[in-house]
Design a protein around this ligand. Structure first.
Ligand code: PLP
Length: 453
């Protein structure tokens, strides 16, 4: 008897040849990025201290397709194309008529989708003569991806790691150090901004917003260094579209088209990576999909935040971008989905949400972990805490399909594995995880601190 097909695998020759730029298909141009001092749109010269020209060009490009350099495709071949799975056992357990598929990005060396952009960024920097990259990391996923990419292309990497994670997640730090990166806890004594935060609060647990300020300051002070960001920016989302392009081909192999696409969203990059190529079809009138971004209740930028210009960092050093934000000084509760603890959302994802092209939902961490544990038992793969948010909503949608007796094809992004997050699972299993409801006063505070009211 033939096996039911579970895994859809493409050959190396099917690694995409170009990145897909959704800006070419948007109904309106994205809002300009503004200079934090002048409030005027930034030009390439404002950004060139931070990023290499190739990435600045991609940040503002309106071309639909941007060719992927061969050395980057070669690096992708270490783990791409990533597999697409059909979750037969989850479907059976839910007794749903829905078909559930997931794209698995945990097969990369760092264990998540983040190397898709880390490798591209390291390549373009190396090509322009950059010697060193400075960055921040929350849970350590981005730091380990960039450390790996730096090792691969021969660049030094300095990582400002949020203090709380630095103390709680030594293994991520160890992995970065194995790849040769230098890691310091943020706030640190090595930048003016870090010293200022520590003077006010010597026990500061840090935040992504603070760590970004430190990495930007580090970069601005050194000729040999550029800054690298793991999410939010247009060029980061662009690089992640290899995920959705492959998934589209793999869904065709499976002989199906998704009705609903789901991914978790912290800064929006894995969400964009899976969904933008499909949303492009929707925007061009070639197909229709429901697209759902899932965020934590503890940092609900899209479902409860304000759509306005704000800083990307706490120290108010980055340019202003128009996005869904909880306020640049927001320090999220210590939920275990570290990658989802950010005050803002990618401007491109925010625009799609604002125009009703995508939906957003927020879920609590106990419900997410419950979905993650259920998924691990049935499908074997231990998800990172972030994509358990997507799994929760995928299960909800599969149960809705059952209630409505409607055959529905669901595709979600399993953007990373949870092998470094077992202490979080331990706490969940012990019943020690708290759910955090964001007080409305926090939203009012965000509104009051927006730079351009
Ligand atoms: C970084 C990270 C996220 C959040 O970032 P996005 O840019 O929203 O994708 C989610 N999941 C994993 C596994 C991550 O490493």
């Amino acid at each position: 008897m033939a096996l039911k097909q579970t895994k859809f695998v493409l050959g190396e020759d099917r690694i995409p040849r170009s990145f897909y730029n959704i800006v070419a298909d948007l109904p309106e141009p994205p809002a300009p990025v503004l200079h934090p001092g002048t409030g005027q749109p930034v030009g390439p010269d404002d950004l060139s201290p931070l990023f290499p020209m190739a990435l600045i060009g991609q940040e503002v490009s309106t071309e639909r397709e941007i060719e992927i350099p061969e050395p980057v495709r070669q690096a992708y071949a270490l783990y791409r194309p990533s597999p697409l799975y059909r979750a037969h056992r989850l479907e059976a357990a839910l007794d749903t008529p829905a078909h559930i598929y997931y794209k698995y990005e945990g097969v990369s060396p760092a264990g998540s989708h983040k190397p898709n952009t880390a490798l591209a960024q390291a390549f373009y920097n190396k090509e322009q003569g950059t010697k060193r990259l400075a960055t921040e990391t929350g849970a350590g996923q981005w730091g380990s991806a960039l450390a790996f990419a730096g090792a691969y292309f021969g660049l030094e990497v300095k990582v400002y790691m949020v203090r709380a994670s630095y103390d709680q997640k030594p293994y991520r730090r160890n992995l970065m150090e194995v790849y040769g990166a230098e890691v310091v806890a943020s706030p640190s004594m090595t930048t003016n901004y870090g010293r200022k935060v520590l003077a006010d609060d010597p026990d500061s647990p840090g935040s992504l917003g603070i760590a970004i300020s430190e990495a930007v300051e580090d970069t601005a002070g050194r000729e040999d260094t550029k800054y690298s960001l793991g999410s939010v920016l247009n060029h980061v989302l662009l690089h992640q579209t290899v995920i959705g392009q492959e998934a589209m081909e793999q869904m065709a192999m499976a002989g199906e088209k998704p009705d609903i696409l789901i991914a978790c969203a912290g800064g929006g990059s894995n969400f964009a990576g899976l969904t933008f190529p499909f949303i492009g079809q929707k925007l061009r009138g070639e197909a229709d999909y429901r697209v759902i971004a899932v965020e934590p209740e503890a940092a609900p930028s899209m479902t409860r935040g304000v759509y306005a210009y704000d800083f990307g960092d706490t120290g108010q050093m980055t340019p202003l971008v128009k996005m869904h934000t909880l306020g640049h000084d927001f320090i999220p509760e210590p939920i275990h989905a570290g990658g989802l603890r950010y005050h803002g959302m990618s401007p491109l994802v925010s625009l799609l949400k604002e125009r009703g092209i995508i939906e957003a939902q927020a879920v609590h961490q106990n419900a997410s972990f419950a979905a993650g544990v259920r998924f691990a038992k049935l499908e074997g793969i231990l998800p990172a805490p972030e994509p358990t948010h997507a799994i929760k909503v995928a299960i909800d949608e599969a149960l809705r399909a059952k209630a409505e007796g409607k055959p529905t094809v669901i595709l979600f992004n399993l953007c990373g594995h949870g092998h470094f997050d077992l202490s979080a699972y331990e706490r969940y299993l012990a019943g020690d995880l708290e759910d955090y409801e964001l007080p409305q006063s926090r939203i009012e505070h965000a509104q009051a601190t927006l730079p351009m009211r």
